[in-house]
Design a binder for this molecule. Structure first.
Ligand code: SF4
Ligand code: SF4
Length: 195
């Protein structure tokens, strides 16, 4: 075993396979197609509990974090627990957040009601400040290519975006949009240019 560089999105299965085994998962393929099965620790534990103990997945470890959480923590919680209970367990909000996100800062999605329950896929609750959540002004693409350089899949986000915006979806398909993992690296690097 050897530690990998801490680099987003290193934990992604196709990136892990490339980093550890130097095997490429071709577009539209699964890790199994290159002879690999990737499971995270939580999934491996859940499989073990199901097979050895006959125990279904009834709890998860959820991180409750972000600048507006009073006491950020990792909590082991029952599936079905409302997000609001977890936030309360962490001392509540410091002040009204600008946005509460289910998931991480790059791939999470905003929630409109903190009473939604923890589900099997819940990993993280993130409370952003008003300033952090402020929508960015959209600028015209200046063709700098930074989004292409950072895309871990090797896509051309700028071509996919510009053709899609013009409704030329058939042409956009030639740039493999379905291989996008929605990691957000292209949007992050692009918006950063303007701040
Ligand atoms: S990083 Fe932004 S501005 Fe640069 S090429 Fe990509 S979309 Fe255009
Ligand atoms: S979100 Fe952007 S950087 Fe990430 S895989 Fe999709 S196109 Fe590439």
């Amino acid at each position: 075993m050897f530690p990998l560089k801490v680099k987003y999105p290193q934990g992604w299965e196709s990136i892990l396979i490339k980093s550890i085994l130097n095997r490429e998962v071709p577009p539209g393929s699964l890790p199994l197609d290159v002879g690999v099965l990737v499971s995270n620790v939580g999934t491996a534990t859940a499989i073990s509990n199901a097979v050895k103990l006959g125990q279904p997945l009834i709890e998860r470890v959820v991180s409750v974090t972000g600048s507006e959480i009073a006491q950020p923590k990792n909590l082991r919680v029952r599936v079905g627990t409302p997000f609001s209970d977890l936030i309360q367990q962490c001392g509540g909000f410091k002040k009204a957040p600008g946005k509460v996100v289910s998931g991480g800062p790059m791939m999470g999605f905003a929630i409109f009601d903190a009473n939604i329950p923890v589900i099997k896929g819940t990993t993280n609750i993130l409370a952003l400040s008003e300033k952090e959540a402020k929508a960015k002004i959209r600028h015209t693409c200046i063709k700098c290519g930074r989004c292409i350089n950072v895309c871990p899949v090797g896509l051309m986000p700028t071509m996919i975006a510009s053709l899609s915006e013009k409704g030329r979806f058939d042409e956009a398909e030639a740039y493999y949009p379905m291989d996008c993992k929605e990691c957000g690296c292209c949007a992050y690097i692009c918006l950063r240019r303007y701040h």
